[in-house]
Design a protein around this ligand. Structure first.
Ligand SMILES: [Zn+2]
Ligand SMILES: [Zn+2]
Length: 240
């Protein structure tokens, strides 16, 4: 699998870091994890269109993770080439209500030329040929999920979360953990800082950790991070 980081930021508008989002290229599927503000633009910037994406997974419904879902679905109807292939949209508890609510506001999002499959997977597995997607509940919103995706290698996304035992289990021995770490030092309920992330990493033992969902305080961070940690940047790519 190949990972392209589309964004490593938060709800704070920034030219350097667009809201946290990731594109995962697997053998058969292109998976978009979260689709916050400017993510559709980032896709285009990196050479993809909305029609390339097969699966969208929402870690939760906060605006910085979902605002561009309507942009995305609108483009599927009215892009130069309207979308034909099926799109799978996966989320935690309440995904149907969330989608219906959006559709009430933006009726133009309703798929015209393709099939949209909604899947609610608050905690469970979805197998698509060689691909396995597994989710668990994490500590942020009611609907928040962590995601592990396996093909030959595997990758785990924390989404936004505070310390989570479920996540420690889900991320056990993972090749790459993409973790939120909102602040280096400050501890805010529902988010991680470095010291809580270190505790989770010592328990889950991932091979590598990329930290993301970075608030501005990270720009003044003077510390040094050692293996397995790497600070995420928009546009970063790696094989898993
Ligand atoms: Zn967020
Ligand atoms: Zn959030």
């Amino acid at each position: 699998m190949r990972l392209k980081i589309l964004g490593t930021g938060t709800c704070i508008p920034s030219l350097q870091r667009c809201s946290s989002s990731y594109l995962l290229l697997t053998e058969k599927y292109k998976i978009l994890v979260d689709v916050g503000p400017s993510v559709v633009r980032r896709l285009v910037e990196f050479g993809y269109t909305t029609n390339d994406i097969d699966i969208i997974i929402l870690t939760h419904f906060h605006v910085d993770h979902t605002a561009d879902l309507s942009t995305f679905l609108f483009a599927c109807n009215y892009d130069v080439e309207p979308r034909v292939k099926t799109l799978i949209l996966i989320g935690g508890q309440g995904i149907y209500k969330f989608y219906k609510g959006l559709l009430n506001i933006y009726p133009w999002m309703l798929p015209k030329s393709y099939r949209l499959i909604l899947k609610s997977i608050p905690k469970g597995k979805l197998k698509l040929e060689n691909l396995l997607i597994e989710t668990c509940r994490v500590n942020h919103n009611r609907e928040s999920i962590g995601i592990r995706i396996e093909e030959n290698g595997n990758i785990t996304f924390t989404g936004d979360t505070d310390y989570s035992r479920n996540l420690v289990r889900l991320a056990q021995g993972t090749d790459l953990l993409i973790s939120e770490c909102a602040f280096p030092e400050r501890k805010v309920k529902g988010h991680l800082n470095l010291s809580v992330l270190r505790r989770m990493v010592s328990e889950a033992q991932p091979e590598k950790v990329i930290i993301s969902h970075l608030y501005l305080e990270w720009e003044d961070f003077k510390g040094v991070l050692y293996t397995p940690y790497l600070i995420g940047e928009d546009g970063m790519e790696m094989d898993i």
